[in-house]
Ligand binder design. Structure first.
Ligand code: CLF
Ligand code: SF4
Length: 446
């Protein structure tokens, strides 16, 4: 199958597709077989998720039922992913039974798997026979000493390993898994969590290594600490947005970078930017609650019961662009999807950040914020002020803000910070080029 067919409607593998196509995650995998220092088992796997209340576990049959409901309401749903809340391959029975049920009932959906990679070599045949063509492996290090600072332990073949030995086993298994999958034509995306002071300087080597292994793209995600995790207790900090952007740029010399990841929940549903998992139409929360299945992550062993040209179309061909992005204008955009500017500044809980250089556009990242106005009549002024200041900090490197509407106060605050707010309602790409042109004209830059 051609790579274009595998990515054109996959919201994570093709940046443009994420405006239009939705995915559903089936939270069928509660157990994990390793321990990352940024993880607290009370939360979803941080390798794909934002820490939050852990997703309620579904049985494979319940997952199929939820998918049936979701697909009838979301005609743009193209992917069924399994990404936790633990590690899918530490729960092979549930994971593969879910994929089997889905493949039989919805043969046209892409099946997508996300794993830490420890058990990947064991399941290559299963992955092939199910026709899974998208696999994400989280690799934070390609050096056992660096890895030993990130992982507390690895549980493998019934034995607990720690330190450099644990990191070495994990790395060996990840490398073997990616090599064998890419040889089979599976598109392997590699996720890496950027942990300042631990692997920030090491990530270009990770990018170089995964390129040699034949991976499709590299998704460097900012560390979001789980409360109560070892790193949280030790005061390890999350990276600044600009640090993340710089490291992605450095790694893009080696590998195409994914810049639109939302670090979604293990039970996410919908477009990447609009998680509908908590919407009662999509979550069978009552079913899960009744069954008393609030997720509880358990350590393994304590079980309760072609890269091709298409990759280059990912806006950021590794080493292939001649655009000087250091001269680009950075623009924040408020959108609820479909490639349009269609969201009021006050309602935005995230902004897409674009760089615009002439007619060239690239997505630089996604930044989550607190909505300035949470929709209640009595939005407290202190809360609004705090949300505004947080947004200002996160958007400090932007020169323009495009949104479908904005109040007088935030407009004035943005201007004071040197960010020009513009109300626009059209297609993002066309409006980006035109707005930057107007801004430069106004400033006498052209
Ligand atoms: Fe889900 Fe992951 Fe498949 Fe996408 S998510 S299993 S590859 S369908 Fe996507 Fe979410 Fe980022 Fe993951 S935005 S966290 S990269
Ligand atoms: Fe937590 Fe396991 Fe995910 Fe690491 S791989 S973040 S330990 S659930």
């Amino acid at each position: 199958m051609e790579t274009a067919v595998l990515i054109d409607d996959h919201p994570c593998y093709q940046e443009k597709a994420h405006h239009h196509f939705a995915r559903m995650h089936a939270p069928v995998a509660p157990i994990c077989n390793i321990s990352c220092h940024y993880c607290n088992p009370k939360f979803d796997c941080v390798n794909e998720s934002r820490p939050g209340v852990v997703s309620a576990i579904l049985s494979p049959e319940e997952a199929l039922e939820r998918l049936t409901t979701c697909s009838s309401r979301l005609p743009n749903l193209t992917v069924l992913g399994i990404a936790g809340p633990g590690d899918p391959l530490a729960n092979p029975e549930e994971t593969f039974r879910t994929f089997r049920l889905v493949r039989d009932a919805f043969p046209l959906l892409h099946l997508c798997l996300s794993t830490n990679g420890l058990m990947l070599p064991e399941y290559i045949d299963e992955i092939r026979s199910l026709g899974i063509r998208h696999v994400t492996v989280t690799m934070n290090a390609v050096d056992e000493q660096v890895g030993s600072q990130i992982y507390a332990h690895v549980r493998f073949n019934g034995k607990l390993y720690t330190g450099a030995e644990a990191a070495s086993i994990l790395l060996e298994r990840q490398v073997e898994g990616i090599q064998r999958l890419t040889a089979e034509g599976v598109l392997c995306k590699v996720n890496s969590v950027l942990i300042p002071g631990f692997n920030d300087k090491h990530l270009p080597l990770v990018s170089e290594t995964v390129k040699k292994l034949g991976a499709f793209s590299h998704n460097i995600m900012p560390l979001i600490l789980s409360p109560g995790s070892r790193f949280h207790k030790d005061g390890v900090r999350a990276p600044e947005p600009v640090e993340l952007a710089d490291i992605r740029d450095a790694c893009s010399i080696q590998m195409p970078q994914m810049r639109h990841c939302r670090q979604c929940r293990a039970d996410a549903v919908g477009l990447l930017g609009e998680d509908l998992s908590q919407d009662s139409c999509f979550s069978k929360k009552d079913t899960a609650d009744k069954a008393g299945k609030e997720a509880e992550l358990l350590p393994a062993g304590e079980t309760k019961a072609a890269r091709t040209e298409a990759a280059a179309s990912m806006e950021h061909e590794a080493g292939g662009t001649s655009t000087d992005w250091s001269l680009a204008t950075r623009v924040a955009v408020a959108t609820r999807g479909m490639g349009k500017i269609n969201l009021h500044f006050g309602h935005a809980t995230e902004f897409l950040i674009y760089d615009v250089a002439g007619r060239e556009i690239r997505l630089a990242g996604v930044r989550k914020v607190q909505a300035y106005c949470n929709g209640t009549v009595d939005c407290a002024p202190e809360g609004k002020r705090a949300a505004m200041e947080e947004s200002m900090e996160l958007l400090q490197d932007c020169q323009l803000m495009l949104c479908s509407g904005i109040g007088a106060k935030p407009q004035e605050r943005l201007q004071r910070a040197g960010i020009i707010p513009l109300v626009r309602k059209g297609d993002i790409e066309a409006e980006l080029v035109e707005s930057v042109r107007l801004m430069n004209l106004f400033r006498g830059n052209i």
